[in-house]
Design a protein around this ligand. Structure first.
Ligand code: SAM
Length: 231
C-alpha cells in the first residue's frame, strides 16, 4: 500500500505520464502509477546501490520492466535532454531537490510539470521555480505518521502568477497554503514558531550574538504569529 504522501504526489501526474522519479528508492511511486495507468511510462533514478537494487527488484516483481527503466546515477544525469515530460522528486530536503533541479536543468526542455515533496525548506523550491519560469499551480500539506509533508506542483508559465505584493511572506508559507490554512499547516507553523523562539533565546546567550540572524528570526516569528492569530 503506497503512502498517502506518495499517492498525493502521484495524483498530480497526468494520464499517460512520461516521467522520471528521481531518488526513487523502491520505485514504489512509478510502480503505483504504471499499475494504475497502462499507458504511463517512467524512469526511476537512484544514486545509491541499495535503493537502486531495491527499485530493480520491485519493478521486476511487478513485471513492469517494459515500462519502467531503473537507472543508476546522480539526479537528472540519468535522463537524456527532453526525454521526460514530468519529473517527481520526493522525500528529500528542499535544498537537495533544488540542487538536483539546478544541476540538471538542461535536461528539462520538454518537462512541463515538476512535482516535488520537500521534507524541509520548501521556500528554496518556490524561489527556484520563479527563477526558471515554472509557475506554482498547487500546494498540499498533509500529516502522516506524525510527520507533516508539503507537496509543490509547478508547470511552465508565468512564475509570478500566484504571488501578490506580499511575495516574501508567500514564499515562506506557500501562496496556496497560506490561503487555505489547513489544520496541518497550523500545526506545522505552531511547531516552527516554538522552535524559532527557542533558537533565538539560545542565540541571545552567546557572547557575541548574531544580531542580523536574530532579527531575521524575530521577523519570521512575527509573520507566523500574524498568520496564526488570523485564525
Ligand atoms: N522518493 C522516495 C520517497 O519519497 O519515499 C524515497 C525517498 S528517500 C528518503 C531519498 C532517496 O533519494 C534515497 O533512496 C537516496 O538514495 C536518493 N537520493 C539522494 N540523493 C540523490 C541524488 N542526488 N540522485 C538520485 N537519488 C538520490
Amino acid at each position: 500500500q503506497l503512502s498517502k504522501r506518495l499517492k498525493k504526489v502521484a495524483s498530480y501526474l497526468p494520464e499517460s505520464a512520461l516521467f522520471a522519479d528521481i531518488g526513487s528508492d523502491h520505485a514504489y511511486l512509478p510502480c503505483h502509477v504504471c499499475i494504475h495507468d497502462s499507458s504511463a511510462r517512467a524512469i526511476a533514478g537512484e544514486v545509491n546501490e541499495g535503493p537502486f537494487q531495491a527499485a530493480v527488484n520491485q519493478v521486476t516483481e511487478q513485471g513492469l520492466q517494459g515500462r519502467i527503466e531503473v537507472r543508476k546515477g546522480d539526479g537528472l544525469s540519468v535522463i537524456e535532454q527532453g526525454e521526460v515530460e514530468q519529473v517527481t522528486i520526493a522525500g528529500m530536503g528542499g535544498k537537495l531537490i533544488r540542487h538536483i533541479l539546478e544541476d540538471g536543468k538542461d535536461k528539462l526542455s520538454k518537462t512541463d510539470r515538476i512535482i516535488t515533496q520537500p521534507n524541509i525548506d520548501a521556500r528554496v523550491l518556490r524561489q527556484w521555480f520563479i527563477q526558471h519560469n515554472y509557475v506554482l499551480i498547487h500546494e498540499d500539506i498533509l500529516e502522516e505518521d506524525g510527520h507533516i509533508y508539503e507537496i509543490l506542483v509547478a508547470d511552465r508559465g508565468d512564475p509570478l502568477a500566484p504571488y501578490t505584493d506580499e511575495r516574501e511572506k508567500e514564499l515562506f508559507f506557500g501562496p496556496f497554503l497560506l490561503k487555505e490554512k489547513d489544520s496541518a499547516f497550523i500545526k506545522k507553523w505552531k511547531h516552527e514558531r516554538d522552535k524559532l523562539v527557542k533558537i533565538t533565546e539560545q542565540m541571545r546567550l552567546a557572547t557575541q550574538p548574531d544580531e542580523n540572524k536574530i532579527r531575521q528570526f524575530q521577523n519570521q516569528i512575527k509573520w507566523i504569529e500574524e498568520v496564526l492569530n488570523d485564525e
